[in-house]
Write a protein that binds this ligand. Structure first.
Ligand SMILES: [Zn+2]
Length: 476
């Protein structure tokens, strides 16, 4: 029997507000442990939370950018559970009246575009972080992250494969970055995903029992965890077993998951309305204003690149996969008259170098206009292709203007006939055998001679001119 997977994602994104959700502590990442917290975010008795207006606005923006309906009446609830990184013993979240619901985003799949529905987006506070000692004797708690505003974006189980889950996450990340509500730095934990997975016989409408994998913090981990879990579930069912509803932990180093807790001790969170915060009435004017503030979203920008610049859909998709990349491309394109070349450099050499050097787009040491200059130098024939690649690498080392690099290192294409003629004469003199071969009719011998001459000019000769001069000299 063939099986298909049914996958739903719960994505947590930390909002990039300056202060925390209920107090004025900084949300800055890092810092000495327990230096970014106060009695309010630690939930000390006698303190009262005050809701951060920006956090609400950011959540509404995320909802608008993902085609959600915004709730005009909403409230916050206490989700009760005890955990050492949550000192209050409850988390302030949203239960039955989330700020945003019933949205969707569109992804590209092998079989074309697909809509992934979003069930809800709600606002809540983040918890602290446990740091376990190496030998397991004790644990530390760092409350710096406690109270950082967080949105949870819950998808419907519309995802059918690891590739679709990755595409969904990438699109979601791009949208949140474009609208500026989260930096989505997975390595700093500001974007994390929980994955719900079940399988069922292909074509069946019924849902199978699902398992959940929590806190996956890289696209790679999400992809691998889903692949492994689908395979595990099929294996269990095929060998006559049944899938238990449980939470599993993914071990990325070992490439496998193991059970963490089962249905028996599943938590009963005992939600109830947060008594310290009044219900929230969202005014229509606010939603209208936020709608107007929304920038161009990735899909719209992709369409524009195809229309305005005539770029292929694939190129436009890669370029708009991240805001930083897209902005860099656009800045360079603005001052260039060879936009396809800019696109090729960004998608090709630039992404390769960033990857090799483990750099973010924001760490590129030169402005986008320098890429446009490099393309112009190449187009005008001042430098040739291999030299351009070398200059581009140099720009990542020094941050220098490509024109300066070319001047300093004397990399201009050698077009001077008198110099090239001297080189040609010298090569002919030093390679009598090849010259004899050529004169006997072995026309291929010219390749070797051109190679020698190029070498003598350190690759800078204009190859066409060199070829012409060499033939002329040999036929004399
Ligand atoms: Zn605080």
């Amino acid at each position: 029997m063939e099986y298909e997977a049914v996958i739903g994602l719960e994505v947590h994104a930390e909002l990039s507000t300056k202060s925390k959700i209920f107090c004025s502590c900084t949300t800055e990442f890092g810092g000495q442990p327990n230096t970014h917290c106060c009695p309010v975010c630690l939930g000390m008795p006698g303190t009262l939370p005050v809701l951060n207006r920006k956090a609400v606005e950011y959540t509404i923006k995320a909802g608008l950018a993902t085609n959600c309906t915004i709730s005009y009446f909403t409230k916050q609830d206490r989700k009760n559970y005890f955990y050492p990184d949550l000192p209050k013993g409850y988390q302030i979240s949203q239960y039955d009246l989330p700020l945003c619901k019933n949205g969707y985003i569109e992804i590209e799949t092998e079989n074309g575009k697909k809509k992934i529905r979003i069930n809800r987006i709600h606002l809540e506070e983040d918890a602290g972080k446990l740091v376990h000692s190496e030998y397991g004797y004790y644990s530390y708690v760092d409350y710096n992250r406690t109270g950082v505003p967080l949105i949870e974006i819950v998808s419907e189980p519309d995802i059918s494969s690891a590739a679709e889950a990755k595409a969904y996450l990438e699109k979601l990340k791009a949208i949140l970055q474009f609208i500026g509500v989260s930096d989505c730095k997975m390595e700093e934990g500001s974007l994390r995903a929980d994955v719900n997975i079940s399988i069922r016989p292909k074509g069946s409408k019924e849902l199978g029992e699902r398992t959940e994998m929590k806190n996956l913090n890289s696209f790679r981990a999400v992809y691998r965890a889903i692949e492994a879990e689908i395979a595990r579930q099929i294996e269990v069912v095929k060998s006559g077993g049944t899938i238990e509803r449980e939470t599993r932990r993914w071990d990325d180093a070992r490439g496998e998951s193991y059970p963490m807790r089962s249905k028996e001790d599943a938590q009963d969170y005992r939600y109830f309305p947060e008594p310290d915060l009044p219900p929230l009435i969202i005014k229509e004017e606010l939603v209208e204003r936020l709608k107007k503030e929304l920038p161009e979203l990735p899909d719209a920008r992709k369409q524009r690149y195809m229309m305005e610049y005539g770029l292929p859909e694939y190129d436009a998709g890669v370029l708009t996969s991240s805001k930083e990349l897209s902005d860099f491309f656009e800045e360079a394109a603005k001052v260039s008259n060879n936009i396809k070349a800019i696109s090729n450099w960004v998608m090709g050499d630039m992404l390769r170098i960033l990857n090799e050097r483990n750099l973010e787009v924001s760490q590129i040491p030169f402005p986008p206009a320098y890429l446009a200059k490099l393309v112009a130098l190449l187009d005008k024939g001042v430098i040739n292709g291999p030299t351009a690649k070398k200059v581009f690498e140099d720009m990542f080392d020094s941050g220098k203007d490509p024109e300066v690099i070319v001047k300093e290192q004397g990399l201009e294409v050698l077009n001077d006939e008198s110099i090239l003629l001297q080189v040609v004469e010298k090569v002919i003199e030093e390679n009598p055998n090849s010259v004899a071969d050529y004169k006997k009719g072995k026309k291929k011998a010219i390749g070797f001679l051109v190679g020698q001459a190029m070498k003598a000019t350190k690759g800078k000769a204009n190859p066409q001119l060199l070829n012409e001069l060499l033939i002329k000299k040999l036929e004399e």
